[in-house]
Design a protein around this ligand. Structure first.
Ligand code: SF4
Ligand code: FES
Length: 236
């Protein structure tokens, strides 16, 4: 067991837990964008910074990656923490000026002007990698990846072409913290990552509910008959 303080409150944690996990459990609010409850942390957005004091030494750390230690003092809203978060948000806002989530967080931290050149080409993507990990680890498909380098780095399907393996499940859309990924369901078809999927219709209520390719994928993996999967969640 590890004992330390968060904003003056004595807390206990298991060895190996992160400061972020313990802070959330203890009711402290730390903003995050790239941390995912199931997929864990990559430390990409840097929004979750906190200040850690050990003895007389203080430093800013990324709380989603920082393991708890005996005797440290953690400050989640010190002046230095707020300043770093403000700078991070200013950079994120310059990269993704149209992201509502980033606009909201920036406003909360008093970022009213952006000193950097705004980028209108990146959409709302902060390159957090959550969609890539979701597709690979949770869905088991690996249709997405990071391509390009430096300012040209982006998330996409291979060669920006409709992916052979994408099943159109939309898990990446749900996981994306900034709402970057476009998906549309219309007239019995789903469009996502430049690929069009036929949606299956529930035989009981007639509602379009999931791409046929997704149901076939689940059927193959789980052994459940496709006829059973065609019935939507509401009618089961
Ligand atoms: S599309 Fe969304 S989830 Fe994927 S890297 Fe960009 S911000 Fe992250
Ligand atoms: S949540 Fe920790 S770096 Fe993004």
């Amino acid at each position: 067991m590890v004992e330390f303080k968060i904003n003056g409150k004595q807390v206990k944690a298991e060895k190996g837990e992160t400061v972020l996990a313990v802070a959330i459990r203890e009711g402290f609010v730390i903003p995050t964008l790239c941390h995912h409850d199931v997929l864990g942390a990559d430390g990409r957005c840097r929004l979750c910074v906190v200040e850690v004091q050990r003895g007389n030494r203080k430093r800013i750390v990324t709380s989603c990656l920082y393991p708890v230690e005996n005797g440290i003092n953690v400050f989640t809203e010190s002046d230095d923490v707020k300043l770093v978060r403000k700078t991070v948000l200013e950079l994120l806002l310059a990269r993704c000026p149209f992201s509502e989530v980033i606009q909201y967080l920036a406003k909360q931290y008093g970022v009213n002007t952006v000193r950097y050149t705004k980028d209108n080409d990146k959409g709302k993507c902060i390159l957090c990698n959550t969609c890539v990990k979701t597709c690979e680890t949770l869905v088991g498909v690996a249709a997405l990846g990071m391509t390009g380098k430096g300012p040209l780095k982006k998330v996409s399907t291979p060669f920006d072409e409709p992916s052979d393996v994408c099943i159109g499940c939309g898990a990446c859309v749900v996981a994306c913290p900034t709402g970057h990924i476009y998906m549309e369901d219309r007239n019995g078809f789903r469009t996502i990552w430049r690929k069009k999927f036929e949606l299956a219709r529930c035989p009981a209520c007639g509602r379009y509910h999931a791409p046929v390719e997704q149901l076939e994928f689940i059927s193959k993996k789980s052994g459940v008959a496709i006829d059973e999967l065609l019935i939507c969640q509401n009618c089961k």
